[in-house]
Design a protein around this ligand. Structure first.
Ligand SMILES: [Zn+2]
Length: 290
């Protein structure tokens, strides 16, 4: 393995600010681009970072809150529109309703974007543009492969495996998963949105990197539902300590924690309980995973 990178597309919340908006991550190795969540503007941020959406071959959703999937139609349709029909198929995984959502977006019967797919595969204007870019007729319709998965499921491919575990978030309204990616001898856990829970701690055990929800400073969420269904900075530190991970990467931050002063204070607090490395994440930034 020559290199392993984490591209942070989105590391914020549903409420955008100039620095952060939604969730989206890409792990890049020599052979693969795996995407975790597809929050608002993920595709735009990928283009800004010189990441080709067509090269993403797997997409995993932690759950279907909009700050984790709002850019999904943009990603699917941009990937298809710019494709020449020769690249690998995109595999998509997530808790229900991943399959239903995908079909509702791009299904040819009554999908929200069926009209666009039909127009672009039938009208000479689009077909000419497709041929000019090197495409060969007949132009194929998208063939994305969505899969609903459950806690404990393992997806194994040639260069990596992903194991899912229950994330306790806003059930029963939405199912939520955390993921552990094993790739190139490294393990990277994405907690998604969850409160501290045994299943995520077990999944994270001795991981090299824990990409962990940290919505706010602990004292700012004390006594609110955010303390019951998400994680503050001390929760993240305790999870990292209990799971004995090597590196803790904080993501999904609201404004009050992502300001530089608050974050430096948060790191000091976390270091009292977790002795490993704590990394602040910034959007549209790439981290080398050694
Ligand atoms: Zn959520």
């Amino acid at each position: 393995m020559d290199e392993l990178k984490l591209h942070v597309l989105g590391s914020g919340t549903p409420q955008p600010n100039k620095e952060r908006w939604g969730s989206g991550f890409i792990v890049e190795s020599e052979n693969e681009l795996l995407m975790f969540d597809c929050g608002p503007a993920s595709t735009y941020k990928m283009i800004q970072m010189d990441i080709d959406p067509r090269k993403v071959n797997s997409l995993f959703f932690t759950h279907h809150h909009s700050d984790h999937d709002l850019d999904y139609p943009t990603f699917l349709l941009t990937r298809w529109e710019t494709s020449l029909g020769e690249e690998e198929e995109l595999e998509i995984f997530g808790p229900p309703p991943t399959v239903k959502l995908t079909n509702k977006l791009i299904g040819l019967e009554d999908g929200a974007f069926a009209h666009d797919l039909i127009a672009r595969t039938k009208h000479p204007l689009s077909l000419n543009s497709y041929q000019r870019r090197g495409g060969k007729l007949p132009r194929k319709l998208p063939s994305f492969k969505p899969n609903d998965i459950s806690p404990g499921d393992i997806v194994k491919r040639r260069y990596w495996s992903v194991k899912s575990a229950l994330a306790e978030h806003v059930q029963p309204f939405l199912d939520s998963l955390a993921y552990r990616l094993e790739i190139g001898g490294k393990s990277i856990v994405f907690t998604g949105d969850t409160r501290p829970c045994e299943s995520v701690e077990k999944l994270s055990y001795q991981a090299d990197y824990l990409v962990c929800l940290c919505i706010a400073l602990q004292e700012q969420i004390q006594g609110t539902p955010e303390a019951d269904f998400m994680m503050g900075h001390l929760d993240a530190g305790e999870l990292a300590r209990n799971a004995k991970v090597k590196n803790l990467i904080l993501v999904h931050e609201a404004l009050n924690i992502s300001s530089e002063n608050n974050f430096l204070g948060a790191i000091k607090d976390i270091n009292k309980i977790f002795k490993g490395n704590v990394i602040q994440s910034y959007e549209m930034t790439t981290y080398d995973l050694f």
